[in-house]
Ligand binder design. Structure first.
Ligand code: SF4
Length: 324
């Protein structure tokens, strides 16, 4: 690990000012950042601890919730309001990582975690995300845990978060404070950037921007399911996951929001899939069609071809469970 400066501000102003300095990065739980610093995949000159800023509360906000940026994943999963009204989020959190990691990892850190592409973590491999312009060793390499949607010729890395998949299905919004003290909201649908020809730029945050909270609106559907398929049940990233938030009225699907993990370069949601489900009567043919629409244009490598039928089957199963 390379030497770095460390500060632990106790107010937002100080944190954002420190975060704006050259080579600075924020740290919450550090469950991903410290690993990458040990590997020297990330080598920040200045690490700014944001765990003393009072951002560790979950508060009611109108009919929704405001989740502080440094709320621990374990606390968020266990919160009675989350378990009762946003069970898809609680289940997604509990499906991610291990108990020890969930006790450390924070809400903002979970959103900002880096890909687990093995070539990204191996400094001897070519990686456009780690070193822009270096090439991509994953193309033509081992790609079982890579994306099939949102990819580019420069990067096919998967976004690894479970939590963010559920949050996309719940229409979450992110609150951000800039270094001048201005606040702005971004909906999660527009927070991440596709890799295109700049895979090293992963979100729309600017230098010094600090996520202060995530807002969940009132749940639009009471039928919520998160299902994750992985190589081992105890602790692994998703091969495929599906988060569904549905509401039924008179035997028809009145609201559908479905998001996916394990297949996209960002937590994936396809408004075409949601639109074709909404207003319809559940049927095998409808759910098959949704699966076809989802993967149209998928960029499949030999090692990821299995994800197409897998995600279609998991989607169909989740939808039937949700409408049952
Ligand atoms: Fe790097 Fe992306 Fe290629 Fe992985 S897929 S090696 S992260 S450029």
């Amino acid at each position: 690990m390379r030497p770095f400066d460390f500060t632990r501000p106790d107010d937002l102003e100080g944190a954002c000012a420190a975060g704006f300095t050259e080579g600075a990065t924020f740290i919450g739980g550090g469950t991903n950042l410290i690993d990458l610093m040990k590997l020297e995949v990330m080598a920040p000159a200045h690490v700014v601890d944001v765990t003393r800023l009072g951002l560790d509360r979950i508060e009611d906000e109108g009919d929704g919730l405001n989740i502080g940026a440094t709320v621990r994943n374990a606390d968020l999963a266990a919160d009675p309001r989350v378990r009762r009204r946003y069970p898809v989020l609680s289940r997604a959190l509990l499906a991610g990582a291990s108990g020890q990691l969930r006790n450390r990892a924070t809400t903002a850190g979970n959103l900002l975690q880096r890909t687990r592409c093995p070539y990204f973590q191996d400094r001897d491999s070519a990686c456009n995300k780690r070193t822009p312009g270096a090439g991509c060793a994953a193309l033509g390499g081992e790609v079982r845990n890579h994306a099939i949607l949102g990819t580019s010729e420069h990067c096919i890395a998967l976004h690894p978060s479970d939590m963010a998949v559920a949050m996309r299905a719940l229409d979450a919004e992110i609150e951000v404070r800039d270094p001048e003290g201005g606040m702005r909201s971004m909906d999660l649908d527009h927070f991440y950037r596709l890799p295109r020809d700049t895979p090293h730029i992963e979100t729309r945050l600017e230098p010094g921007d600090l996520i202060t909270s995530v807002r969940l609106p009132a749940p639009k559907g009471d039928r919520q399911i998160y299902r994750k398929v992985r190589d081992r049940a105890s602790y692994a990233f998703a091969l495929v996951s599906v988060a569904a938030v549905l509401r039924m009225e008179g035997g028809k699907i009145a609201h559908a929001a479905v998001a996916f993990g394990g297949i996209g370069t960002e937590p994936w949601r396809d408004i075409e899939v949601d639109a074709m489900l909404t207003g319809e009567t559940p049927s095998d043919s409808l759910f098959d069609k949704a699966g076809e629409v989802l993967v149209q244009g998928a960029d499949v490598q030999d090692g990821t071809a299995f994800k197409v039928p897998l995600v279609q089957r998991v989607l169909k199963d989740v939808l039937w469970r949700a409408v049952a």
